[in-house]
Every structure is written in structure tokens, then in C-alpha cells.
Ligand binder design. Structure first.
Ligand code: HEM
Length: 512
């Protein structure tokens, strides 16, 4: 008689057990998510669903592009089967309703993974908060970023743009995305921390602005949010054998060394109830950091530092990349370039330059920027949600547990809202008198409670910078159309080749 083998039996039982668990999980998923079964989906692996494609897209830094490409193929709603199913939506009214009505009614909530990622860059930040924790932060920052508050900074912005013009004059062939990163970082650092725009002037309150180093640190921290959203556990940052963990801590140190001296000084001013402390320049005394510290007692040393970082990040990448895409698009449309230049020249001649009064007249320029944001939505999937209670919208029912993502990039190409969606048509944002239309829906600055705080600042920066570029230069794309078609992202989308441009001084116009 054959002997009975325990190890063989254990292996057999183990295999049956694992198989049972997988089948059980599959069955559970099938039942729970049967309402989604009819949605189209990219081809999937029998065991891993779409997880491998998703993580490959994140690793290649092309997550938004991946969602966008599938939306183009599968339509305005499709599903990705990951650990938790992700439904990707790209109809503006559906996204808008979810971000406003459904969030308010509690049928959905902002994604906990996204909040975790945001709050784990350097510490808790407004965009990762909800309820009262979000409310007091937003109340503190709102007055600083409203339209009239921001217009006060037009001179500072103009000064920074003039530096950019000088830089381009000295280096006419240049990767413009980096040039605009420098521009926007200088502006937001001046507004937030009172760091002089002029790179030759020292900052008294802390280390000078080292754009390259800070931008590298920002990119490491913001890309990590994307990885956390796609499933990387936050505790992995404690594994020193991982390159990504070492980069994370180095990036945090760079940011903290830059911010803490300034945060400490702002808090000292708050404690002593005076701004004229030794070591504080007049620019710092008037900075947003000092104001927010004074007006928002809820901020502690650590939370004020992490918030300052978020505003530095939000104020840099977003507008910089959008500007790079804008000047790229302008090269492809000489008639739009010419029309924009005529508007700038007209305003310039009547006001002897770009002034606060003349800015309101540059409506075509603003329309060009908005049209670029529609086609190159740098924050395409921000603010996605988890379903809490079953709800139905546009005849689709969403069961609890599902995550709803969006592709604002695809929503921006919805032919029902934007006729000829693939054409670059700034006119769609203007009425017949050339005035800005308010009726065209757009989600590029988000919607609902977390709608962008920096919208007015971004539009002001873009308008002044574009006006000066059109006034002083002609330009062409060094890599042609490819610069506009190949994107990458950390948190925000940017042109993969950083949009190299060859500038040429405009004939007959002298640089002042
Ligand atoms: C073209 C430029 C910009 C675009 C396209 C953009 C886009 C967005 C979007 C889509 C959101 C919503 C995110 C969500 O719902 O999770 C957002 C939020 C935010 N943006 Fe912007 N942004 C831009 C410029 C700026 C600038 C210049 C700042 C200045 C600091 C800024 C600061 C913020 C902040 C602080 C939030 C979070 C608001 C909150 O959570 O209540 N943004 N932005």
C-alpha cells in the first residue's frame, strides 16, 4: 500500500484554498459591481484586470494620457478593473454634478487615497482636507487670491515677465517650459514669501531661491502623489533601500530648509503682534505668508510649512506648463498669432505699454490661454471621488466602493459643448463683441468647494507674459508639432521635450 504524503496534501489543500479565495473574490466583485458590467473597458488580464496597464502608465509618467487615450477609443464612460473598479467619466455635466451635488449630499466623497497622497507630501494641505479642516484654510486664503487682491500684484508680475524677456533675448533657443517654471516660481515666491523678483537681490529671511533644486524637489513629491493614488503604500517611504524613498526624504529636506526659516519668522510676528522684526524685509512683511499666519491662528509651525509648500507647488507647475503649451499652439496658427499681436499692439499704443488698466482689454489673449487649457488640461484627473451610496446619473448607476475618475482632457473635447473640438479656436470663449463669454462651461480649474484658488493669478500671469512675448518676439518650434503631442506628468501634465523654441527679435520693435 502506498504511503500517505502530508506535504503533498498540504500543497494540494493550499492550492485549492488560494483558488477558492480568488474565485470567491471574483464572484463577490461580479455581484457587487454587476451594475457596471455593461461599461466598455480596455482589454484586461484574467487575473490582474487592468492593473498592470495602470501601473505601467504611472511608471511612464503618462497616467492622464492613458485615461485620455482610452476615453477617445471607448467613449465618455468606461471602466478599468483594478483592485477597486475605476470608472472614468468625461462628460462635463456628469463631472460637474458629482463634484457639486453628489459631494454635498454625501453620495460620494473625495478620494481618501488622493488626500493621503497630498497630505503626505510634506504634511496636511488644503487640497487634502474636507469639512472644517478645509473650511478655515480656505477662509484664510480666499481674500488673498480673489480678483481684486491679485490685481495688486500686476507690477510684480510685470517685473518678473520682463526678466523672462531678458533671459530669452540672451538665450534665443531655449526649453520654454523651464523658462516659465522659473517665471512662475519667482512670482509665487515673491507673493508668498517676499523673495525679491530680481535674482541678484538676496532674500533676508531664508535661503535664496534655488529654482532648479526646488523644482526637482517639487517634482519628486508631486509625482509620489500619483504613485500613492495608484496603490503605492505610504509606508514605503521608510524603506531606505528604495531609491524613491531616499529621493523623497532628500526632497522634503530641501523644501523644509527653504520654508521653515520663513514660517518661523512669520509665526514670531504673529506671536509678538508686530511685523517690523529684525531680519524681515518690507516685502516679507507684506507677504501672503505673514498675512495668513496673522489671520489664521489655526496654523501651527508644521501645517503652515506644508501649506506654504502646496501653494509654491500649485503656483509654479500649473501656469508654467500651460504657458509652454500656449506658445507652442501659437506657432501652429499664424493667423491667431497675428490677431493676438494686433490686439497687443493696439493696447500697447493706447496705454504706452502693458498697464493694470490695459489688461482688461486683452480679451483675445485670455481666450487663447483658455483654449489652450481646454486642449492641454494640465490637471486632468484632480479631485476624483469614491462612491459611498448607490446613485444614478445619466442612466448609469454607481454602486458603493467604486472610484470615479475623470479625464478633463477628454471632457474638453466634448463636441456637444465645443464644436470642432480638435480645432484651436479662441473665439469660442468670446461673444460677437469680443467680450468674454461666461456661459461656456469648463472644468480646467476644477469645480465645487476645491475649485482652484489661483485662477485669477494664473490668468494674470499668462496674459502679461504672452503680451510681452508677442510684442517683442517671433518664434518657431524646434521639434515641430511633436512638442505638443508628447506629454508627461508628475502631478501635472507637461510637454515631454519641455517645448524648445527658437525666438527671433521682432523687426521694428525695440526692447525697452
Ligand atoms: C493654469 C493654471 C492652473 C490650473 C489649470 C489649476 C487647476 C486647478 C484644479 C483643477 C484644482 C482643483 C483640484 C481638486 O479639485 O482637487 C485646483 C485647486 C487649487 N489650485 Fe489651481 N490651477 C492653476 C493655477 C494655480 C495657481 C497659480 C495657484 C496658486 C497658488 C493654484 C492653487 C490652487 C490651490 C491652493 C488649490 C486647492 C484649493 C482647495 O483645495 O480648496 N492654482 N487648481
Amino acid at each position: 500500500m502506498e504511503t500517505f504524503s502530508w506535504p503533498v496534501l498540504a500543497i494540494f489543500m493550499g492550492t485549492v484554498g488560494i483558488f477558492g479565495i480568488l474565485v470567491g473574490k471574483w464572484w463577490q466583485q461580479k455581484r457587487a459591481y454587476r451594475l457596471l458590467a455593461t461599461l466598455p473597458s480596455p482589454p484586461k488580464h484574467w487575473l490582474f484586470g487592468n492593473m498592470l496597464q495602470l501601473s505601467a502608465a504611472v511608471n511612464k509618467q503618462q497616467f492622464s494620457q492613458f485615461l485620455f487615450d482610452w476615453a477617445q477609443k471607448l467613449g465618455p464612460i468606461y471602466i478599468l478593473w483594478a483592485n477597486i473598479p475605476l470608472v472614468i467619466v468625461s462628460k462635463s455635466h456628469v463631472i460637474e454634478t458629482i463634484l457639486t451635488k453628489e459631494i454635498k449630499e454625501g453620495t460620494v466623497m473625495r478620494s481618501r487615497l488622493m488626500s493621503l497622497g497630498m497630505n503626505d507630501m510634506t504634511g496636511p494641505v488644503i487640497i487634502g482636507q474636507t469639512g472644517t479642516e478645509w473650511k478655515w484654510r480656505r477662509k484664510g486664503w480666499n481674500p488673498q487670491f480673489n480678483s481684486s487682491g491679485i490685481t495688486n500684484y500686476a507690477n510684480i508680475i510685470n517685473q518678473a515677465c520682463q526678466h523672462t524677456i531678458k533671459k530669452i533675448q540672451e538665450t534665443p533657443e531655449i526649453q520654454t517650459d523651464f523658462v516659465f517654471v522659473e517665471l512662475t516660481m519667482r512670482i509665487i515666491s515673491c507673493l508668498l514669501f517676499g523673495i525679491p523678483i530680481n535674482p541678484n537681490e538676496d532674500s533676508l529671511e531664508g535661503p535664496n531661491l534655488n529654482i532648479e533644486e526646488l523644482y526637482k524637489a517639487q517634482s519628486v513629491l508631486s509625482y509620489r502623489v500619483l504613485r500613492i493614488v495608484s496603490g503605492e503604500p505610504v509606508w514605503m517611504k521608510y524603506l531606505p533601500i528604495l531609491r524613491t524613498s531616499r529621493e523623497y526624504w532628500a526632497a522634503r529636506k530641501t523644501i523644509e530648509d527653504f520654508l521653515y526659516p520663513r514660517v518661523d519668522l512669520a509665526l514670531k510676528m504673529r506671536d509678538e503682534k508686530r511685523t517690523d522684526l529684525e531680519g524681515a524685509s518690507p516685502l516679507f512683511q507684506k507677504s501672503m505668508l505673514v498675512k495668513i499666519a496673522a489671520n489664521t491662528p489655526e496654523y501651527t509651525r508644521a501645517t503652515l510649512m506644508s501649506e506654504a509648500f502646496l501653494f509654491l507647488l500649485g503656483g509654479t507647475d500649473s501656469t508654467a506648463h500651460s504657458l509652454a503649451f500656449t506658445i507652442g499652439e501659437l506657432t501652429l496658427h499664424p493667423e491667431i498669432f497675428q490677431k493676438a499681436r494686433e490686439e497687443v499692439d493696439r493696447v500697447w499704443q493706447s496705454q504706452q505699454g502693458i498697464t493694470t488698466e490695459s489688461l482688461g482689454k486683452l480679451t483675445y489673449l485670455r481666450a487663447i490661454f483658455k483654449e489652450t487649457l481646454r486642449l492641454y488640461t494640465i490637471g486632468s484627473g484632480s479631485g476624483y471621488v469614491e462612491v459611498q451610496r448607490e446613485f444614478t446619473i445619466d442612466k448609469q448607476t454607481f454602486p458603493p466602493g467604486v472610484q470615479i475618475f475623470w479625464s478633463i482632457l477628454s471632457a474638453g473635447r466634448d463636441p456637444d459643448i465645443y464644436p470642432h473640438p480638435d480645432r484651436f479656436l479662441p473665439e469660442r470663449w468670446l461673444d460677437e463683441n469680443g467680450k468674454e463669454k461666461v456661459s461656456v462651461p469648463t472644468l480646467v480649474f476644477g469645480s465645487g468647494l476645491h475649485r482652484c484658488l489661483g485662477e485669477h493669478l494664473a490668468l494674470l500671469e499668462a496674459t502679461i507674459m504672452l503680451a510681452l512675448l508677442l510684442r517683442y518676439f517671433d518664434w518657431e518650434l524646434i521639434n515641430g508639432r511633436a512638442s505638443l503631442e508628447q506629454w508627461q506628468q508628475t502631478m501635472f501634465i507637461f510637454p515631454a521635450d519641455r517645448m524648445p523654441i527658437r525666438f527671433k527679435a521682432r523687426e521694428g520693435v525695440l526692447l525697452s
